[in-house]
Design a protein around this ligand. Structure first.
Ligand SMILES: [Zn+2]
Length: 483
């Protein structure tokens, strides 16, 4: 099966045809590092990490680039407040980013380029745009001239006339068109700056992604992703710069955008102040619960946040984790020579695992429908549970094989692809709990014996025997061991 994905540029689902066979190149816009990341920032991290994991599961080699905007007005302002050097402030929050993203099971990108380390590449691109006549200099600033790029508006689906009508009245009169945007900003006193032929300054926001994607992924890479809010102006501007620089069709082929996280149906954002940091959420919830909550909704749909939804996710995820734990426990029982009960159950479980894999892939191949993929995990869990409900004494080799197969399918799909079971399903037995429980059982049996209740004492011994534990009466008291 091939992967089909919704392309914002063409406004339809398309079959993924990669630039190079067996290899996918992805560029995902990263954070501006002036604060701890919030739940709205976490969504694209989890969504695109899952896309990447699924591509790898399908056998692709994935080149995954995510930038850090480590120089920007917000960073400069925050640094002034904290009396820190802007780049040091950015470095501090880059470190915090790795911690939060890592907690959420988001793996590091192949490359995490920083703007401050790519100034020569950025200057080279701006220079190229000026030479091609699509950018102009005014008092040390350089602007991109939207009128000189005929495709401007094709990503967001808006015409230049519509955009101009919506532009603010107070526009900078030095610009040729109100929609022209800065590629290079002249330095203001006290701000970090770099030398250029236009004088000291720093890059505008959008140019970094054009320059860094070109450096690390080259021309015509496969997938460009980010949140819906990046379509305009950020991605529209990236597209204009890159194609004006290198020619039509030389930028990303597929554009993927995830929906917002809303709070009471209002977008969660730092500027609105209605956000929760990942750190705050993780103080209350297991990161796997947060991941489950995000992936239970299709990535393009909005996701409305409230605590009750995280509580529901917690309960749902527990059902999956319980099945994994129970399967581990059943598999630890001593194998039987022959299966008790209905032999057709073994074949049914193997067929259920196979069907789960197929249905899971079908859901993910259809524009990464994780909501449906999660539902498939619950179907498989139900089949595993009903199989285990038949197991009283243990499993024969065929039964073990079927259960191991089904459990591994659940782990591959749920953990390897969706990243939901980090650290689960492999829990070591807690020896101190086992010791405590055995002391309790033995003391109950001793009391029964003291009361000459031989039936209860024998029943305890026999039942322990059934789960592989023997009791030994010694002069020092009763000891227990595994058979
Ligand atoms: Zn970007």
């Amino acid at each position: 099966m091939t992967i089909r994905l919704y392309n914002t540029l063409t406004r339809r689902k398309e079959e993924l045809k990669t630039r190079e066979a067996g290899r996918v190149s992805m560029y995902i816009c990263g954070p501006t590092t002036y604060n701890l990341i919030h739940l709205g920032n976490a969504r694209p991290l989890i969504v695109f990490d899952t896309v990447r994991r699924y591509m790898e599961y399908k056998g692709f080699k994935v080149d995954y680039v995510q930038n850090f905007t480590d120089i920007d007005d917000k960073i400069i302002n925050r640094a002034k407040e904290e009396k820190m050097d802007p780049l040091a402030l950015a470095a501090k929050y880059i470190k915090e980013f790795y911690q939060d993203a890592g907690s959420l099971g988001v793996r590091e990108a192949t490359v995490h380029p920083k703007v401050s380390e790519h100034i020569p590449e950025i200057i080279e691109m701006v220079q190229g745009l000026v030479e091609k006549g699509v950018a102009y200099q005014v008092d040390g600033d350089v602007y991109f001239s939207v009128k000189d790029f005929k495709g401007y508006g094709k990503l967001s689906g808006r015409s230049l006339d519509e955009m101009q009508a919506g532009a603010r009245v107070n526009v900078d009169e030095r610009k040729k068109d109100p929609m022209d945007f800065a590629l290079w900003k002249s330095a203001k006193p006290g701000e970090p700056s770099w030398d250029s032929s236009w004088g000291p300054g720093r890059p505008g926001w959008h140019i970094e992604c054009s320059a860094m994607s070109l450096k690390y992924l080259g021309r015509s890479f496969d997938i460009h992703g980010g949140g819906f809010d990046l379509i305009f102006p950020h991605h529209e501007n990236e597209l204009a710069q890159s194609e004006a620089y290198a020619g039509e069709g030389t930028f990303a082929h597929y554009w993927m955008h995830n929906g917002f996280i809303t709070v009471n149906e209002e977008k969660m954002s730092k500027s609105l102040g209605n956000f929760f940091t990942v750190r705050e959420i993780l103080a209350k919830y297991d990161p796997r619960v947060v991941r489950f909550y995000m992936l239970s909704t299709h990535y393009r749909s909005p996701l409305d946040f409230d605590d009750s939804k995280l509580e529901m996710s917690k309960k749902s995820l527990e059902r999956l984790l319980n099945t994994l734990e129970n399967a581990e426990r059943v598999l630890k029982q001593k194998p039987l020579d022959a299966l008790e009960g209905d032999k057709s159950k073994v074949a049914e479980l193997s067929a259920a695992a196979k069907a789960a894999r197929e249905n899971f892939e079908k859901a993910m191949d259809d524009d990464f429908n994780t909501a449906l993929a999660v539902a498939v995990l619950f179907d498989l869990t139900r089949d595993i549970n009903s199989f285990m409900a038949e197991v009283k004494k243990g499993l024969d080799p065929q039964g073990i094989q079927a259960l191991v197969g089904a459990k591994n399918t659940l782990v591959t799909l749920g953990q390897e692809v969706l990243g939901l079971f980090e650290g689960a399903g492999v829990a070591e037995e807690d020896q101190s709990t086992v010791d405590g429980l055995m002391d309790l059982v033995i003391s109950i049996r001793q009391k029964a014996r003291a009361n000459k209740d031989w039936a209860t004492a024998d029943e305890i011994r026999n039942r322990l025997g059934e789960i592989g534990i023997v009791l030994e009466d010694t002069p020092q008291g009763v000891h227990w061991k595994r058979k």
